[in-house]
Design a protein. Structure first.
Length: 210
């Protein structure tokens, strides 16, 4: 099956994203919006999960229903900012496991530096959703996914709020088998590799560190 690259045009996602981008939005609202958008994106990103038919006894008879066919999921946020997306994802799939990959961008080279990696033991039996609000140069996402691939997961998807065209191309080329979901595709990167117009530093805005 051909891999998916989805840029969301849903009105609820676009509306919430417009508030998220606003420099006046408070830390509290920013956090809530990141969770809400993640929830809506996860709803769509799980569209192809396999189903099975089951019979359910209702108070009035037997209903033939569809249920998820036991597919196991894992969410892997890229620390720190990816943490902001986890609660929203778990609201959609509460039974998912959560792994963590710690990466930060070196301020001068803009390349990712890994400082932590803890993944579920049975990740080889799971579909993995790597989550991070920002896809800028693509370095962090590419490295995180390469790390996860060493553990042979069944499938990998990447989910972000805002992507730069440069980062999207880098990720598509490095990992042609990974489905990609973005709430918005922005214009470009600036000389500091920040997304323009973007929303600023996602980690700082989620955790109120600036
Ligand atoms: C941000 C963001 C991504 C990365 C994207 O994290 O959350 O992980 O930058 O940039 P890239 O596509 O150019 O690699 P940052 O390094 O600022 O760390 P933080 O989440 O700890 O704030
Ligand atoms: N990381 C962020 O948090 N924002 C950007 O615009 C680029 C990288």
């Amino acid at each position: 099956m051909e891999r998916k690259v989805v840029i969301f045009d849903h009105p609820l996602i676009q509306h919430k994203l417009s508030i998220l981008r606003n420099v006046e939005t408070s830390t509290k609202d920013f956090r809530e919006l990141v969770n809400e958008i993640s929830m809506l994106m996860m709803f769509e990103a799980t569209r192809d999960l396999p189903m099975e038919t089951v019979k359910v006894e209702t108070p009035c008879g037997i209903a033939e229903c569809k249920q998820l066919a036991g597919r196991k999921l894992a969410f892997v946020p890229i620390l720190r900012a990816g943490l902001g997306m986890v609660d929203g994802c778990l609201k959609m799939v509460p039974s998912a496991r959560v792994g963590h990959i710690g990466l930060y961008r070196d301020e001068t080279t803009h390349t990712p530096v890994e400082y932590y990696c803890k993944l579920p033991k049975d990740i080889d039996k799971r579909d993995v959703y790597v989550v991070d609000p920002m896809l800028a140069t693509g370095g962090s996402a590419v490295d995180a996914i390469s790390q996860i691939k060493l553990r042979n997961p069944r499938k990998i998807c990447f989910m972000c709020m805002i992507a730069a065209p440069e980062g999207l191309e880098v990720l598509k080329k490095a990992h042609p088998d990974v489905d990609i979901y973005c709430a918005a595709l922005d214009e470009k990167l600036n000389e500091d590799c920040y997304i323009i117009p973007g929303l600023g530093d996602a980690g700082d805005r989620i955790f109120g560190t600036k």
